[in-house]
Design a binder for this molecule. Structure first.
Ligand code: GYE
Length: 332
């Protein structure tokens, strides 16, 4: 499978050149109106999951601003976390005969029928951020996303070292059925395989939101109090849930970051602020600035150029030791 690598935020501009082979002089074609100068104005439908996290709103901003920069007419649909809303929106985009569709699929399963409709209408579908589970991968053009298993593994390796191979961990999972929730769990568990004295004593979904992360963490803390178990660390599948958990921990009088370690994924600015304040210990970056790569893919595919099936966004880990110097260059 052909694959491209897109590096993390700080080196994004440089790494975009990796994509230039299929981006340069892409001549978009499609059924849209003509612009002065003969070039067509592309119309692209974007089915976004919602606005559950800082990561998500950064991704939306990136797609919107890149569409505007390229003079692309963007039809934006917010699914409010529901796959049926995404499927409906994609159906509408197909009926409107858009030139291409960008989809950030909330969960992995259940996409075949609508993707078959898009394929039958010869509308390319670019997947951003999360993958889908389909038997025929010709149903989408390309997937531009991070390796979530690797992210979970980075978080787990970091935590295992910090805990010196021993401790009780509670886990706040992302949305059930979502690729980043399943894969970040898998990667984290893989990292802990060689550390039998680190135990995940509780694991529950906090739906990638701050409010749910707080609520579930409150329940974890109460249960631990009742049973006499000590929680040594929290692993949250995203920063927003970790920030919610930090509030819950503080409300009990404990010090997050000191009494309990807190590790998460995304690398949004508030996470860097929490690291500087000593409340969050570590975050694994997951770059949401996917607009440029998504529209490169749209324009290239409409120009009939071959594009890789998978573009990997490269991520890296940040902890308190580097948070101060790193925060200035964070773009989201
Ligand atoms: O980590 C989380 C968001 O799909 C990678 O979704 C994305 C995840 C991200 O809500 O904050």
């Amino acid at each position: 499978m052909r694959r491209k690598i897109l590096k993390g935020t700080t080196v994004l501009a440089g790494a975009m050149c990796l994509l230039a082979s299929f981006c340069e002089s892409a001549e978009p074609a499609g059924p849209s109106d003509s612009k002065a100068g003969g070039r067509k104005t592309l119309t692209v439908g974007f089915s976004q999951i919602g606005a559950e996290s800082g990561w998500r709103t950064a991704e939306t901003r990136s797609i919107r601003s890149e569409a505007a920069r390229r003079g692309i007419n963007l039809k934006f649909s917010d699914a409010q976390q529901k796959q049926e809303n995404q499927i409906r929106a994609i159906g509408t985009f197909i009926a409107q005969k858009v030139d291409a569709i960008i989809d950030a699929p909330v969960v992995e399963a259940g996409w075949e029928p609508i993707l078959k409709q898009a394929k039958a209408a010869r509308i390319p579908v670019i997947l951003v951020d999360r993958g889908v589970n389909v038997s025929d991968d010709s149903l989408y053009t390309t997937l531009i996303a991070s390796d979530f298993v690797a992210e979970g593994k980075m978080a787990g390796d970091w935590l295992a070292k910090k805990l010196k191979g021993k401790g009780n961990v509670v886990e706040l999972q992302g949305t059930p059925g979502a690729a980043p929730a399943m894969d970040r769990k898998r990667g984290f568990e893989a990292a802990l395989k060689n550390h039998p004295d680190i135990k995940i004593i509780k694991s529950q979904t906090g739906d990638f939101t701050r409010a749910k992360g707080k609520e579930v963490m409150e329940a974890f803390l109460k249960a631990a109090q009742g049973s006499g178990a000590k929680i040594d660390a929290v692993y949250a599948h995203n920063d927003d849930m970790a920030l919610g958990a930090i509030q819950a921990i503080e409300a009990t009088g404990l010090k997050p970051g000191t009494d309990l370690l807190v590790v998460s994924i995304d690398g949004i600015k508030p996470a860097f602020e929490a690291m500087i304040a000593g409340k969050l210990n570590c975050t694994v970056e997951c770059n949401p600035l996917l607009g440029p790569a998504a529209f490169d893919a749209v324009e290239a595919t409409l120009a009939g150029k071959p594009i890789p099936k998978r573009t990997l966004v490269e991520d890296r880990i940040f902890d308190q030791s580097v948070s101060k110097e790193a925060i200035g260059s964070r773009q989201y």
